[in-house]
Design a protein around this ligand. Structure first.
Ligand code: NAI
Ligand code: CS2
Length: 490
């Protein structure tokens, strides 16, 4: 190790201006790092964070409490160059999920009281694409979901992220207080507008006047977020041990980070431009570029690689044929669908992505990326592929990826080894494989017929279903290498 920068945390301030929903790895390595850098540079203590888990274990919440809310982020440019940051900007952690005994909302009252505080002027979220309970294709609220139905029936005892926001905003309205700004940091297109849609639709189910107030008074700016932050593995903790760090709450990530935010904060915000945050009028071009080029490439590697037993992104991009596929996808199918500001060098951006994917300091598991495909693929592949067909082009890389995704959802790799398919619609995929598994054409038609996942305009595009079926047959019968050769020379 040639170059280690060790940066201690700034002192805690006790003033919490931000509540974050989704105390995950990305929040700890991205938003919290930007806020720590801001606090270090300015000494401004107004933007401490209360960070909340609504799902999963309470363990991390309590472990951070036990660690006085300090943890480490190791940012690897490569194996030889790392910045080790101590983060102290998260000053409170709360848990409102279901505990081991099935009880919900241990810290719900504390959270709602925190959200009613005039100090809190910003709420941020990383609750994963499925945490908004929206139909991926239409953006309508999944009001039949049991948790959403519970939040409609019991709005004062919310379980979901939209439910917590509705209950908190209702309190602020009742107090005659100004609302907070809601900043989504999840990988969704128009993520602020989608968050607003979930919150307003949910509020309207029990209080039309509140829904109108939220729609009129609350800002939901959009943002594009980028930093590769794999879920921690034993290898990740071993790498930290090489740095002399023994911190169960630590996160390992790449050195690169980007945060592009629509500048709409009527209740104020940190002045974080000097810390690398880009404030813009319109995030859409940046969002679409990142979602289709970076995330679309990630999903190609995940669904093509995981069933072949390839474990990580680094391992996948060491293959010439998969790197060639990514270049072809980015240059021929994704880039032509983008409307970028003058001077944007998409070729250079694509090459920078391949270099980031090759960072062998990170263990980014393909199975993690493969999670929640039904919530991710519409914005990563399907919208772009539909745009290609509208322009008279085909989308063979997306067709191959779609075939690989369908194959992946069977839950068995090419050696017959089973793995869990982690997706809100996994139950549906299982039923489709049971019904059509021996008929590729019918199976592909059934998957493309899921209008809440695959836009009908793409499913019906001339030749798309045929291309997916042919790729599915090649993958199943002859494997990945043959499928990539066939794509390269049809
Ligand atoms: P993680 O697994 O560490 O954390 C997921 C968080 O989402 C946890 O706090 C969990 O409690 C919460 N969650 C999951 N389902 C939920 C639900 N239905 N309702 C409420 N909360 C729920 O994952 P990580 O890495 O923090 O990623 C989270 C999100 O951040 C991603 O889904 C993506 O949208 C965004 N992101 C992640 C990046 C990464 O490289 N990890 C990079 C860019 C964006
Ligand atoms: C990944 C993203 O897990 C996934 O779906 O594609 O979390 C990816 O690491 C980030 O968007 C990078 O910014």
């Amino acid at each position: 190790m040639k170059d280690i920068r060790r940066l201690p945390a700034a002192p805690a301030s006790g003033r919490l201006g931000i509540v974050h929903l989704g105390l995950g790895a990305f929040h700890r390595a991205h938003q919290a790092v930007y806020l720590e850098r801001y606090r270090q540079r300015t000494g401004d203590g107004r933007w401490g964070v209360s960070s909340v888990n609504l799902r999963g274990g309470v363990a991390l919440v309590d472990a951070l409490r036990d660690a006085n809310h300090r943890y480490h982020v190791a940012e690897y440019a490569d194996r030889e160059h790392v910045t080790l940051r101590e983060i102290g900007v998260i000053e409170e952690t709360l848990f409102t999920g279901r505990d081991a005994e099935g009880r919900w909302g241990r810290d719900r009252a504390a959270l709602l009281a925190r959200l009613a505080s005039a100090d809190v002027r910003l709420v941020t979220l990383t609750v994963t694409e499925k945490g908004y309970f929206l139909n991926p294709a239409t953006g309508s609220l999944l009001s039949d979901d049991p948790l959403i139905a519970a939040d409609i029936a019991n709005p004062e005892a919310p379980c979901t992220a939209p439910g917590i926001l509705v209950a908190a905003l209702a309190r602020r309205r009742a107090l005659g207080a100004a609302p907070f700004t809601v900043l989504c940091c999840d990988n969704m297109p128009s993520n602020g507008r989608r968050t607003r849609a979930a919150v307003v639709q949910l509020a309207s189910r029990h209080d039309a006047a509140l829904a109108e107030w939220i729609a009129r008074e609350v800002a939901f700016p959009c943002s594009m977020v980028d930093r590769i932050v794999p879920a921690m593995t034993a290898a990740g903790f071993a790498r930290l041990a090489e740095l002399g760090v023994d911190d169960p709450n630590a996160v390992v990530c790449e050195a690169f980070a980007q945060w592009v935010i629509e500048d709409r904060f009527p209740q104020g915000r940190p002045d974080w431009g000097a810390d690398g945050v880009e404030m813009v009028a319109d995030v859409a071009p940046f969002e679409t570029m990142k979602l289709r080029l970076l995330n679309g490439s990630h999903s190609l590697l995940a669904y093509l690689g995981a069933p072949e037993g390839i474990e990580t992104v680094v391992e996948a991009v060491r293959r010439d044929d998969l790197r060639a596929l990514l270049r072809r996808y980015m240059h021929e199918e994704a880039a032509p669908t983008l409307a970028m500001p003058e001077g944007t060098d998409l070729a250079a951006y694509a090459e920078s992505l391949l270099a980031r994917f090759a960072n062998d300091s990170l263990q980014h598991r393909l199975q993690q990326i493969a999670m929640d495909g039904s919530q991710k693929l519409p914005q990563r592949w399907f919208e772009g592929a539909r745009a290609c067909y509208r322009e008279g082009m085909a989308a063979p890389c997306v067709a191959l990826g779609t075939a690989a995704w369908i194959r992946y959802t069977a839950g068995r790799d090419r050696h017959g080894r089973a793995y869990p398919v982690d997706d809100p619609l996994a139950w549906r995929f299982t039923a489709l494989h049971e019904r059509h598994g021996d008929d590729p054409r019918a199976l592909v038609a059934a998957f493309l017929g899921m209008e809440d996942v695959v836009p009908p305009g793409l499913a019906a595009a001339p030749g798309f279903a045929e291309a997916v079926t042919a790729a599915y047959r090649t993958l199943s019968e002859r494997g990945l290498a043959a499928a990539l050769v066939t794509l390269a020379s049809p």
